[in-house]
Design a protein around this ligand. Sequence first.
Ligand SMILES: [Fe+2]
Ligand SMILES: [Fe+2]
Length: 292
Amino acid sequence: MGKSITGAPTPADLTISPRDRRFGRDDGPTRLWHGGGHAATAIYNALSATFPTGEAFFVDSVRAFREGAPPRLAEEIKAFTTQEVIHSREHLAFNRRAADAGYDLTKLQARVDERLAVTKSKPPIVSLAATMALEHFTAILAHQLLVNPRHLAAGEAETAALWRWHAYEEIEHKGVAYDTWLHATRDWPRFKRWKVKAKVMMFITRNFVVDRTAGALELMRQDGVTGLRAWASLLWYLWIRPGMFRKIAGAWASFFLPRFHPWNHDDRFLLKAYDANTAEAPVPVKKVRRAA
Ligand SMILES: [Fe+2]
Ligand SMILES: [Fe+2]
């Protein structure tokens, strides 16, 4: 582990390499792509519904602080931007296929717009703090997705590949928003930094769990699954088996430790395992930026 200028333990030899991939362009719309499961399909679709707008917000929030960033961090912000732009593009394409299959995602997207409007009405540092917290969320979800094949085992191959690719890049760039936050708040007293960070994380977590649960229930309703049956199967799926939310709880709590940094947990072994199993090589950033 090397120390960057901001004092963060982002590995010195980490390179963020956007992979400009396209998924499912030739596939017809599929309704219950996740092994026919209502809860499973609904929660992934609910997440995907939020990504195009959410990731554009992450990019804007981080880029607002790139001025004066140390050269390495500035480079990382560029690569992060490219990755998130391509993620947005692929999830937009996926969301179109979901809409073609008959799902109405507009309610879910309106909720994201409302939440973001509140955040954007505050000073830019609040948007950066929200991004930093949400990026921790996506990184621990991504870790869990890659470390435990059960999560996507029943999914259609191409859609599962989209999620794995996205998870890979979320792990790869998991330190960028955090390092940008460390740089932006470098003059703050440590306790103030921790207090703001902890408050934002609590707020983000509440909204994330409530909104994604509501979103998934709405999509299940569109499949004709309602009431207790919908609640029970969704809660079972999220908290018991495979229990994604339960499994990320420990990693989520680590965020509140005084010396937390996303790279305190070096999980690049997951990236190596992914590389060993896919033939896709990273493409140079410049080329991707033109394509995005
Ligand atoms: Fe992303
Ligand atoms: Fe991200």
